[in-house]
Design a protein around this ligand. Structure first.
Ligand code: SF4
Length: 341
């Protein structure tokens, strides 16, 4: 069955021309950039980010020499900034430990900061056709459904089963093409919701299709419980200058900028704050959902007076026309895009 599976996927993918810049290169540095970006966002949204990074930093040396603040600014909007920081460290590591030559072999790639088995398999198979099967969310889903496997994918047992199956299905003569095919198939046909089963070339042999278990697969054992956090942002404006601060603590958004913030344990406490109570019509509330946290941001206009805040960073007074030079988390960008000033 795995032979039918891989041949059908390759045939399906053959005429599929997706004009994507990272598919026409075997430069491991550029493949690495595209893979890390695509772990954060969809293909159409990731494309301009990839082009910006390649234009600004055409090779790993130029990337390693860039100030971190510039890298974070280019990354702005993708979220999970730890990835951007890790990329910057990884680029420096390639310069120091690999003489500036981005590695192509799976085992070398695994030594690089932030590169796990998935990314290493993608880079090694796309750049030099090393026979390593990729195993990301798309691949787990396609395999779980086609073979109707209900072992949770986040258990050791599940990981081993899917790892072995992914490698068994891998076309060893063209691993790069096969990996690309199964990932694209998961993104375009066997989608998480509303998979396109009626047009699917695998349908005749898809076990989940016949067992009517598609919507149950893949199975996960743990449900992530997200922590809710309540941030009160003070918008303080003095003669055209706005107060911002860098987040310096080991927490979400480290090294990014924000308005001076006070964090509360819950929404009721926050709403009792004198900053809000006196002018509650003038509060903008926005929400940002992260992997493990939900951030509720309340933006309050405080005139020219800055109250206490939780941020340990130095307060900078920035002309509002210069705000675009700083990297902010998405919730602050949303506020700025709302033209509330
Ligand atoms: S028939 Fe449906 S569930 Fe099965 S592989 Fe195709 S798209 Fe996925």
């Amino acid at each position: 069955m795995s032979i039918f599976f891989k041949n059908t996927l390759l045939k399906w993918h053959d005429p599929l021309e997706r004009d994507l810049p990272w598919k026409t290169t075997n430069d491991p540095y550029k493949i690495w950039l595209s893979e890390v970006i695509l772990q954060q966002t969809r293909v159409d949204q990731g494309r301009p980010y990839y082009l910006k990074f390649v234009e600004n930093y055409p090779n790993v040396k130029s990337f390693s020499e860039a100030p971190l603040s510039d890298v974070l600014r280019l990354w702005q909007g993708l979220g999970y900034y730890a990835r951007a920081r890790n990329m910057h460290l990884a680029a420096k590591q390639v310069i120091d430990q690999f003489n500036g030559v981005f590695p192509t072999f799976y085992n070398d790639l695994l030594k690089i900061k932030g590169v796990g088995p998935y990314t290493a398999a993608a880079i090694s198979s796309f750049s030099i056709n090393e026979p390593r099967a990729v195993l990301d969310g798309n691949v787990f889903r396609v395999l779980a459904r086609f073979f109707n496997i209900n072992v949770p994918i986040d258990t050791n047992e599940g990981k081993l089963i899917f790892f072995n199956l992914a490698n068994e299905c891998l076309d060893k003569s063209m691993p790069g093409k096969y990996n690309q095919a199964i990932m694209d198939f998961g993104a375009l046909v066997c989608k998480p919701k509303n998979p396109n089963c009626m047009m699917c070339p695998l349908q005749n042999n898809c076990a989940a299709f016949f067992e009517k278990t598609i919507s149950d697969l893949p199975v996960k054992s743990k449900k992530i419980i997200k922590k809710e956090r309540f941030f009160l942002y003070q918008i303080v404006n003095r003669e055209g200058s706005v107060a911002i601060q860098k987040r310096v603590e080991r927490d979400i958004w480290q090294e990014l900028f924000e308005f001076p913030v006070i964090e509360f344990n819950n929404q009721a406490e926050l709403l009792k704050s004198p900053l809000i109570a006196k002018d509650c019509d003038n509060v903008i509330s926005l929400k940002q959902t992260l992997t493990h946290q939900i951030i509720h941001g309340f933006f309050v206009f405080c005139g020219t007076k800055l109250q206490e805040d939780n941020n340990k960073g130095e307060v900078l007074w920035i002309n509002s026309s210069e705000l675009s030079k700083f990297a902010f988390p998405k919730i602050i960008c949303q506020f700025l895009e709302g033209n509330y000033f």
